[in-house]
Write a protein that binds this ligand. Structure first.
Ligand SMILES: Nc1ncnc2c1ncn2[C@@H]1O[C@H](COP(=O)(O)OP(=O)(O)OP(=O)(O)O)[C@@H](O)[C@H]1O
Ligand SMILES: [Mg+2]
Length: 253
């Protein structure tokens, strides 16, 4: 692999009161690479995602972006660098429709006075763009005017993912994107991950499903009790070795 990683974490630590959620964690993601972030419940995976996403900044450690140390202390800072996040507990607004959810926080206004003065939203343009985006990703949502409350778990998940992809990110963080999905929808999400890799995007994928990991991940980084517990080249590593390091039968600090 040439050049510095897109994203590198060096010695990241994070404490919540008495809980040391992360201890000196190291992680790298390169262009066009899918890194599975694995670990038992409470291992610190979501906390690490929220550190990178600027939601819960680290207490200690350095984040490097394309080889340079950066500060990511707000979600906006992460977004500005090109980091998009799909959180474990999907942050969609039930009362809004699909298109409105896709554009949440970056609504399109009408040009000129209507948009500037009256903050009038250009819903037609947002709906057309939402439709184009979903079609481009091969995502089947019948109507972009449907409230997301009316969608299935799988459809909600794909809307959340398309929302993350709207800003053409360089790194995508996916926290258990297939957990609530049936086989077919999960397969669809994994196809999307493959496609992101082909476009040179770096992906961090959290999953408890070893089938998902085998299917799409290049490397697997295991966290145990908030610390690194192994880094594996997925295609050449037997699954039970990875599982041993997740459950702590094997220690690979
Ligand atoms: N906001 C918070 N306040 C206090 N403790 C927290 C907070 N967020 C996480 N923790 C604690 O940090 C530890 C790591 O939690 P985290 O959610 O990162 O685990 P996880 O690996 O994502 O687990 P899961 O697989 O269940 O999603 C847990 O002990 C959790 O209780
Ligand atoms: Mg989690």
């Amino acid at each position: 692999m040439t050049g510095p990683p897109l994203l590198a974490l060096r010695g990241i630590s994070k404490r919540f009161g008495a809980v040391q959620a992360l201890k000196d964690v190291e992680l790298e993601v390169h262009r066009g690479e899918v890194v599975a972030l694995l670990g038992d419940n409470g291992a610190g995976k979501s906390t690490l995602i929220r550190v990178i996403a600027g939601v819960d900044p680290a207490d200690k450690g350095v984040i490097e972006w394309e080889g340079r140390a950066v500060q990511i202390r707000t979600p906006q800072a992460a977004q500005h660098l090109g980091i998009a996040t799909v959180y474990q507990n999907l942050a969609l607004c039930d009362g809004l429709d699909v298109a409105e959810n896709l554009f949440l926080g970056r609504e399109r206004r009408f040009p000129g006075t209507l948009g500037r003065l009256f903050r009038l939203m250009d819903k037609g343009s947002m709906r057309r763009e939402a439709r184009r985006q979903l079609d481009g990703l091969g995502i089947r949502v019948p109507d972009v005017r449907a409230p997301v409350a009316s969608l299935s778990a799988g459809q909600r998940q794909t809307v959340a993912i398309s929302r993350a992809l709207l800003g053409a990110p360089k790194v995508v963080l996916l926290d258990e994107p297939t957990a609530a999905l049936g086989l077919q929808q999960a397969g669809h999400v994994l196809d999307l991950v493959d496609e992101l890799r082909e476009h040179g995007v770096g992906v961090i994928l959290i999953s408890h499903n070893m089938g998902d990991v085998k299917a799409v991940a290049d490397r697997a980084a295991v966290l145990r009790l908030g610390a690194n517990n192994g880094l594996f080249h997925v295609p050449t590593t037997p699954q039970d070795r990875i599982i041993s390091s997740i459950i702590g039968a094997e220690s690979n600090p």
